[in-house]
Design a protein around this ligand. Structure first.
Ligand code: PBG
Length: 333
């Protein structure tokens, strides 16, 4: 045997394996922990009665009618998951997405049902246009262009409509410039100064949203979203987007997607230490691990929990994830 002290000046004094010898020791020195209270559960709501339709590209994720929600709320409560994020699929689409801000719109119905089912559940809503518009873009379209400022007015109306129905947090995700400020003003003027805004601040134009567009029936009918969502290559610009949202009054900031953007999550955590930071573990991140697990190539529980802990370790305070319920089960042992 060679002389081990020659290997490095720190060896053999330093042996990190000492603290990995037992589960108890590993638990004691664990830096990052995951709890069900970290999760926000995204849900897709459709019109109808008794509808529970599995999304083919997202096994375990359902499009559901409002009557299914009390049972969901009860399950989330039992599991200790504090919040949901609601997405609606309207009965009809049109250029402006009118159901988005209708009193009896699908999300508005879902909000009322959930509030009645469980007053403790935090109801967050996605404020965007793509699920509601016939062109599938996140803003007002004219001559093939996605118009910024006319969209702000509609987003304000949507947020106020969600607030009136009883939502607790609104999450603007359209990536229009000034959307947080416009929504803040609209909410304040409508008498909702206490409604928090979670800005989808650094939202990248990502291929990982693919399965979501099936779940929410929201693919753009022409072009893509690269004139409003961020270029995946840009880290500094992500910090600028977050700073703008904070200046406009965002209460919670977000990075989306999560796994391919852990560097952005870390940078956001370090640059903006004062605000809660959310990360969206998006549909494609879920589907790819689901698919590989179904093929027997990965152990779903292991890779899902590893992904979630990585997102938290990178600096996220809360995670929007389709695994919320499964992960809560797994964490409970
Ligand atoms: C709406 C919206 C999208 C997602 C959340 N809100 C889709 C998109 O921007 O195309 C994606 C979520 C996911 O992939 O899980 N604009």
């Amino acid at each position: 045997m060679q002389n081990l002290s020659k290997l490095s000046p720190t060896f053999p004094a330093a042996r990190p394996r000492r603290l990995r010898q037992s589960d108890g020791l590993r638990r004691l020195v664990r830096q990052t922990t995951l709890t069900p209270a970290d999760f926000i559960y995204p849900m897709f709501i459709v019109h109808g009665q008794g509808v529970r339709h599995e999304v083919s590209s997202m096994p375990g994720v359902y499009q559901q009618s409002p009557d299914q929600l009390p049972a969901e709320a009860a399950e989330l409560g039992r599991l200790g998951i504090p919040a949901v994020m609601l997405f609606g699929l309207p009965a009809e689409k049109d250029p402006l997405g009118r159901e988005n801000f209708a009193d009896d719109g699908i999300v508005q119905q879902a909000i009322r049902t959930l509030r009645q089912a469980d007053p403790e559940l935090v109801i967050m809503t996605d404020v965007c246009m793509c699920e509601y518009t016939d062109h599938g873009h996140c803003g007002v379209v004219e001559d093939g262009q996605i118009l910024n400022d006319p969209t702000l007015e509609i987003l304000g109306q949507v947020a106020v409509s969600h607030a009136r129905a009883g939502a607790h947090v609104v999450g603007p995700s359209a990536m229009m410039d000034g959307q947080v400020g416009a929504i803040r003003r609209a909410l304040d003027e409508a008498g909702f100064p206490n409604m928090p805004i979670m800005g989808y601040s650094a939202k990248f134009a990502s291929g990982f949203y693919g399965p979501f567009r099936e779940a929410a029936d929201s693919p753009p009918q022409f072009g893509d979203r690269s004139t409003y969502q961020m270029d995946p290559a840009n880290g500094r610009e992500a910090m600028r987007e977050i700073a703008l949202d904070i200046n406009e009054g965002a209460d919670i900031i977000m990075v989306k997607p999560a796994l391919p953007y852990l560097d952005i999550i870390r940078q956001a955590r370090d640059t903006f230490p004062d605000l809660p930071l959310a990360a969206y573990n998006v549909s494609g991140e879920y589907s790819m691990l689901k698919a590989a697990s179904r093929l027997g190539w990965l152990d779903e529980k292991r890779v899902a929990l590893e992904s979630l802990i990585a997102i938290k370790r990178a600096g996220a305070d809360m995670i929007l994830t389709y695994w919320a319920k499964d992960a809560a089960h797994w964490l409970a042992g």
